[in-house]
Design a protein around this ligand. Structure first.
Ligand code: 1HN
Length: 350
């Protein structure tokens, strides 16, 4: 047999077995899967409609206390990633419910977390010594390794969307967690302190600290909604995004958190976005409006408080029935910093 001829298959199998015994494997059998020509996303498009899940979310309040659960959350698990607690390959999402009088005890972890309030008014999150009272549409962050607890001193349940980089941190084997000795951490600054210091287009004179997380930890919907409405008046709408704003760290203009990028966008009534795809699988949540998103040949109809996910590198467009405001998050900051992020715009279809 000349050296150029491939070995018979049976010989290969025996060879592969002997490789396996030495913890080795032939790259040529797996290389196409390891290095695809373009992303082959494993998550599927999926939607959790508020009307479908609201009763189950409320029922969780009868099933377990916030104290026993530590966090009473229903994980939004991508149907193509069953059993992994992932909504995308790198992100976790869940719906958290906190009932009147409850406290979700203070802890901290390496994972970054965001809340986007869907329903209820008046519960609070405390982050590193300051409380913020939350309302629907508010975007709240919990930077890595900051103490945080939640409480509800209002007289109705509050539900919010949690987004965390749990799968990413797990992949890196870099996660730590610690419980605070008491349920509530001590409050050392008055409510509104960080917004006054950092959230008014001003910085404390002499401020020279820089951090990869925003010192603002609640971006109230009232303000961001008004900004969108003002900008929409001049009708300068991006064909793919309508009017879209990025939540930023006011100290350096970067994303509010290092691993999760967040946006808020307004899509006017009757607007259809131009096709778009990007390497960051994205979770969307509606705070107001009604419409649908077409992802490849899938169609997701959505309304207020629904949550849906668009996989990476999948063409999609939004078609808007009623003026809509969409919150979204993805791992885009990570991809940008690693030089991996790519996006592509298609032709406008209407
Ligand atoms: C967490 O700490 C919270 O603090 C919510 O509210 C959801 C999911 C996984 C891991 C930690 C919270 C979480 C979480």
């Amino acid at each position: 047999m000349s050296p150029a001829e491939p070995a018979p298959l049976t010989d290969r199998e025996g060879y592969y077995r002997r490789l396996g015994q030495k913890n080795m494997a032939p790259l040529w059998e797996v290389m196409k899967g390891l290095v695809p020509n373009e992303p082959v996303p494993s998550p599927a498009p999926a939607i959790w409609r508020w009307n479908d899940v609201q009763d189950l979310v409320m029922e969780a309040g009868d099933i377990i206390t916030a104290k026993e659960a530590e966090r009473r959350v229903l994980v939004l698990e991508n149907p193509a990633l069953a059993g992994t607690s992932c909504i995308t390959q790198s992100l976790y999402a869940g719906l958290q419910i906190i009932l009147p009088g409850e406290v979700a005890a203070s802890h901290r972890h390496s994972q970054s977390a965001l809340r986007f309030v869907l329903s209820g008014d008046g519960a609070y999150t405390a982050v590193d010594g300051e409380r913020t009272t939350m309302s629907p549409g508010d975007f709240v962050i919990t930077p890595p390794w900051t103490w945080h607890d939640h409480g509800n001193e209002s007289d109705h349940p509050m539900v919010w969307l949690d987004g965390l980089d749990v799968p990413l941190v797990g992949f890196l084997d870099a996660g730590f967690k610690e419980d605070y000795p008491d349920d509530k951490q001590p409050i050392t600054r008055p409510e509104g302190d960080s917004l006054a210091r950092f959230g008014e287009g001003l910085l404390p004179a002499g401020h020279d600290g820089s951090s990869n997380c925003s010192p603002v930890f609640n971006y109230p919907y009232e303000r961001s909604r008004e900004a969108l409405a003002t900008l929409d008046r001049d009708q300068e709408r991006d064909p793919c995004f309508g009017v879209r704003l990025k939540y930023v760290n006011p100290v350096n203009g970067d994303y509010a958190m290092p691993t999760i990028g967040t946006f808020l966008q307004l899509l006017p009534q009757g607007f259809t976005t131009a096709p778009y795809r990007a390497t960051d699988a994205t979770v969307f949540s509606l705070i107001e409006g009604r419409g649908r998103t077409v992802i490849g040949d899938e169609l997701l109809e959505w309304g207020a408080r629904d949550v849906f996910v668009v996989p990476a590198w999948s063409w999609y467009r939004h078609e808007v029935e009623e003026e809509s405001v969409l919150f979204s998050f993805s791992n885009r900051p990570v991809q940008e910093k690693l030089g991996l992020f790519r996006e592509e715009r298609g032709e406008k279809t209407s």
